[in-house]
Write a protein that binds this ligand. Structure first.
Ligand code: ADP
Ligand code: MG
Length: 233
């Protein structure tokens, strides 16, 4: 079942007198509960696509369908409600608030949610039980990314969007974060979308969408995805 689809979506940024066509007539679909990897070189439009899926940006043309609602027809309030209720975000550089504890950072992610997971439980679910009172500076990069994932998941979103979540991590730590993200898709019915330029990560995905110069170059399913331990980083 499709959770959110882009239909003939283009995104054009004006840059001075010129314009940059970041996405050009893109069709893609994110399925509920699946682990989807969006691949492509730098500048291919991955972050732009992710921001559109998450209601952080609006397209220049085309339609974005989220469970029957056209996001492009929503006003700012409608888009805010979509982001609040439906979408968790994870970024390459974690984006934690440095002077708040791990538990307080997680609480920030769910403060407007109706049915939030308690911060201690969210932290335990990403392997950080007992670290509620730690500040970001007291945690490793991998631990900070786990806090960011707990923050994104605490509001129980159906869609978790991750932009280069292992981009700042060494290979073993990156593998453990990808293992966690894969288990979230398998265990909770949350659709997980991981943007990366690392083609190896695509081997563990259910669905791989490859972008090139703002267009979909390939869209395929893995019938039997590799396990995270099998991939060469
Ligand atoms: P990726 O995440 O694959 O590296 P992006 O989606 O960030 O690619 O960018 C796609 C293209 O759009 C690039 O050429 C980039 O320079 C351009 N772009 C992205 N965001 C903006 C912006 N806010 N203003 C102007 N150009 C942008
Ligand atoms: Mg990017």
């Amino acid at each position: 079942m499709s959770l959110v689809t882009l239909q003939n979506v283009s995104k054009v940024y004006p840059v001075g007198e010129q314009e940059v066509r970041a996405l050009d007539g893109v069709d893609l679909s994110i399925e509920a509960g699946a682990f989807t990897v969006v691949l492509g070189p730098s500048g291919s439009g991955k972050s732009t696509a992710l921001n559109l899926l998450g209601g952080m940006d609006t397209p220049t043309s085309g339609r974005i369908d989220a469970a029957g609602t056209d996001l492009t027809a929503l006003d700012d309030r409608g888009l805010t409600a979509y982001r609040r209720d439906k979408v968790g975000f994870v970024f390459q550089h974690y984006n934690l608030v440095p002077n708040l504890t791990a538990a307080e950072n997680v609480g920030l992610g769910s403060q407007f949610a109706r049915d939030a997971v308690a911060p201690a439980d969210a932290l335990a679910s990403v392997g950080l039980g007992g670290r509620e009172q730690s500040f970001p500076a007291e945690l490793s990069g991998g631990q900070m990314q786990r806090v960011a994932i707990a923050r994104a998941l605490a509001k129980r979103p159906p869609l978790l969007l991750c932009d280069e979540p292992t981009g700042a991590l060494d290979s073993e730590t990156g593998r453990s974060v990808i293992t966690l993200l894969r288990s979230i898709a398998d265990g909770s019915g949350t659709a997980v979308v991981v943007v990366t330029h690392n083609a190896e990560i695509a081997r563990i995905a259910d669905h791989v969408i490859t972008l090139h110069d703002g267009s979909v170059r390939e869209d395929r399913r893995n019938e039997s995805p590799a396990s995270p331990e099998e991939i060469d980083w």
